[in-house]
Design a protein around this ligand. Structure first.
Ligand code: FES
Length: 319
C-alpha cells in the first residue's frame, strides 16, 4: 500500500432503509476531499487488515463530505458488521481513494439504469449526471420490499417518473421482465447496473443476442472463475531488472512479487478495487478480476496481480 490514507470523521450515521446505513465523512482537518465522478468508490480501512470498498453516493459537486451506504450482512465477511456495530457519528475513519472503474460513458442517446438493493449507490449518481446533461434515462430499482429501498423518497423527489421501483416480495413471478424491457428499447441503449451476481447474470442473459443493448456493470464480489479455468504455473519477468520469477499453481502474482520485495498497493486482494493494477508489456493474462471490462481485458495492456493468471508461459510486467 503506497498512497497515504485520508483521515475522516463520521459526521452522521443514519438508517436509510432496512439494514442499510448511510455514513457521512468529512476530513478531520476540514480540507476538501479529492474529486470524483459517478461510479467511484473509496477504500475504507476498518482495522485488522479489513479493507472494504464502498461506492460514493454523495453529490460529486460537494467536496467537503463523502457519503457511503452500507448494507448490514451479519453473515458476510465482517466489513459491514464492523461498520454497523462499531462505528458511530464522531468516530474517525481512514479511507483511500476515490477510484473509478465504473465510469459513465456520456456519449449514448438512451440509458437504462438498473440497481438491485444496495447497488443503488453508484447508480443514483449516474442518474443525477444524466439528468444534469439532459440525457434520456430510466432508473429501475429492484428490491424485495419498499422498506429495503434505500433513499426511496429522495429518488422519487429527484427523478420523478424517471425512476421505477420493482418489488418482488420474494416472488420470482413478480420480478421485472428484463427481456421485455430490453426489447422495448427502439434504439441503441446503454445499460448500467449494480446489484447481486444473480441480477447481473439475469441482465446479461436477457441482453444476449440483442446487439443494441450494451451492458456495463460493477460487481459487489469477486467474479466467478470459469469452470474450465486452470491454474498452471507460469513465469513473470520484471521489465526494469530482467528478473524472472516463478508463480506456482497455488500462488498469486501478488504473493510472488511481494515475496521478492516489490511494493504493490492492495486494497481488496480479490479483483474488485483496481489498486493492484500493473502494466502488462508482453504475454497474455488470464484476467480474473471484476475491474476491467471485456474490451479492456482483450487489450491486454494491464492486469490485476492479486487474482489474474497467465495464458502464456511468461508475462512481462512493467515494474
Ligand atoms: S487488490 Fe483489489 S483488484 Fe487487486
Amino acid at each position: 500500500m503506497s498512497s497515504q490514507p485520508i483521515t475522516t470523521r463520521i459526521t452522521a450515521a443514519e438508517d436509510v432503509a432496512g439494514q442499510i446505513r448511510a455514513y457521512t465523512l468529512e476530513a478531520t482537518d476540514g480540507s476538501e476531499l479529492p474529486d470524483f465522478s459517478a461510479g467511484a468508490h473509496i477504500d475504507v480501512l476498518l482495522g485488522n487488515d479489513l479493507i472494504r470498498q464502498y461506492s460514493l453516493c454523495s453529490d460529486p459537486a460537494e467536496r467537503h463530505h463523502y457519503r457511503i451506504a452500507v448494507l448490514h450482512e451479519p453473515d458476510g465477511r465482517g466489513g459491514s458488521d464492523y461498520m454497523h456495530r462499531q462505528l458511530k457519528a464522531g468516530d474517525e475513519l481512514k479511507i483511500h481513494g476515490p477510484r473509478n472503474h465504473f465510469e459513465l460513458d456520456m456519449s449514448g442517446d438512451n440509458y437504462l439504469l438498473l440497481a438491485g438493493g444496495i447497488g443503488i449507490t453508484p447508480i443514483m449518481l449516474m442518474a443525477l449526471q444524466l439528468q444534469a446533461a439532459g440525457k434520456p434515462f430510466t432508473l429501475h430499482y429492484l428490491c424485495r420490499t419498499p422498506e429495503q429501498a434505500a433513499f426511496r423518497h429522495w429518488l422519487e423527489e429527484t427523478f420523478g417518473s424517471a425512476v421505477e421501483f420493482h418489488y418482488s416480495y420474494g416472488d420470482a413471478a413478480k420480478r421485472l421482465d428484463l427481456r421485455a424491457l430490453f426489447s422495448l428499447q427502439n434504439q441503441p441503449t446503454r445499460v448500467y447496473t449494480c446489484g447481486s451476481e444473480g441480477l447481473l447474470q439475469a441482465i446479461l442473459d436477457a441482453a444476449e443476442s440483442l446487439p443494441d443493448i450494451e451492458v456495463n456493470f460493477e460487481r459487489f464480489s469477486a467474479a466467478p472463475v470459469a469452470d474450465d479455468a486452470v491454474s498452471e504455473a507460469f513465469e513473470i519477468e520484471i521489465a526494469s531488472s530482467g528478473e524472472t520469477l516463478q508463480v506456482g499453481e497455488a500462488q498469486t502474482i501478488l504473493e510472488v512479487l511481494q515475496d521478492a520485495g516489490h511494493e504493490i498497493e492492495t486494497m481488496c486482494k480479490e479483483g474488485l478495487c483496481g489498486s493492484c493494477e500493473v502494466d502488462l508489456l508482453e504475454g497474455e493474462a488470464d484476467h480474473r478480476d471484476s475491474v476491467l471490462n471485456d474490451a479492456e481485458k482483450a487489450e491486454q495492456n494491464v492486469l490485476m496481480v492479486c487474482c489474474s493468471r497467465a495464458r502464456t508461459p511468461r508475462l512481462k510486467l512493467d515494474l
